[in-house]
Design a protein around this ligand. Structure first.
Ligand SMILES: O=C(CO)COP(=O)(O)O
Length: 266
């Protein structure tokens, strides 16, 4: 399957999402979003969609700020329960996230797969829960170092894609965001080369065309994540199948994150 042409790429609005992970309490969250709101211009918002994926305890504060000041910054959660309600201590449900007007929810981040034993089946149930409640899942997939060393990154990542999207109909999958995050590049400073990112992101798009249609595949945004910074974002974004970034550490610095949003100026 051929990679997307540049014309197709321009039809996809880039999505820069900051994954705060377990950082910034609700007061720090307010200060941080205010800094972003102050820095980002109409021109930025027209060119790039900007989102923050925040700890559950920050959501209400961020919602109040975004609603009150009519900000164009989108927000969401880092996880969702596969259940709607009930005796699931510690979990947060889709209806709760929808009530807080979340746009996005990350599903299957490698840290959840690794520390919370989330399988592709669980991720699939969470993708369903997101769609059931009107949230857009950002399905995170990507290989570890052992898989990369064995040269198996493409089949490994595509198997995670298949598992996460199993039986998800096209009218839902057309809005999914896929985040390709090679585990060996997360928080390590070890960024994948733009060619590494393109190899797997291109394969993801080709697989989406096989699973659904070329039209759907051309529409889906595929992000790269793993040690993205202002200094490397432009080269990664220049790849034909990379439509945005999922940013960890660098998203905790508002100025740096704004530079990432303005990747075309870097
Ligand atoms: O896991 C990530 C985003 O979800 C990437 O984290 P870093 O940008 O800190 O490497």
């Amino acid at each position: 399957m051929a990679a997307a042409t540049p014309t197709e790429k321009t039809a996809r609005t880039p999505l820069m999402a900051g994954n705060w992970k377990m950082n910034l309490n609700h007061l720090e969250a307010i200060a941080h979003v205010q800094k972003l709101a102050f820095a980002l211009t109409e021109k930025d918002h027209d060119a790039v969609e900007t989102a923050v994926l925040v700890p559950f305890t920050d959501l209400r504060s961020v919602q109040t700020l975004v609603d009150g000041d009519k900000l164009k910054i989108k927000y969401g959660a880092q996880d969702i329960s596969s259940h709607d309600s009930g005796a699931y201590t510690g979990e947060v449900s889709g209806p709760m996230l929808a009530k807080l007007k979340c746009t996005y929810v990350a599903v299957g981040h490698s840290e959840r797969r690794q520390y919370h034993a989330e399988t592709d089946e669980i991720c699939n149930a969470k993708v369903r829960a997101a769609y059931k409640h009107g949230l857009t899942p950002i399905l995170c997939i990507g290989e570890g170092l052992d898989v990369r060393k064995a040269g198996e990154q493409v089949p490994y990542t595509l198997a995670q894609l298949d598992g996460g999207l199993k039986d998800i109909p096209a009218d839902q999958a057309e809005s999914v965001v896929i985040a390709y995050e090679p585990v060996w590049a997360i928080g390590t400073g070890e960024v994948a080369t733009p060619e590494d990112a393109q190899e797997v992101c291109g394969a993801i798009r080709a697989r989406l065309a096989e699973l659904y249609s070329q039209e759907l595949a051309d529409q889906v945004r595929i992000q790269y994540g793993g040690s993205v910074k202002a200094g490397n974002v432009a080269a990664i974004m220049a790849q034909p199948d990379v439509d945005g970034a999922l940013v960890g550490g660098a998203a905790l610095d508002a100025e740096e994150f704004v530079k990432i949003v303005r990747f075309r100026d870097q």
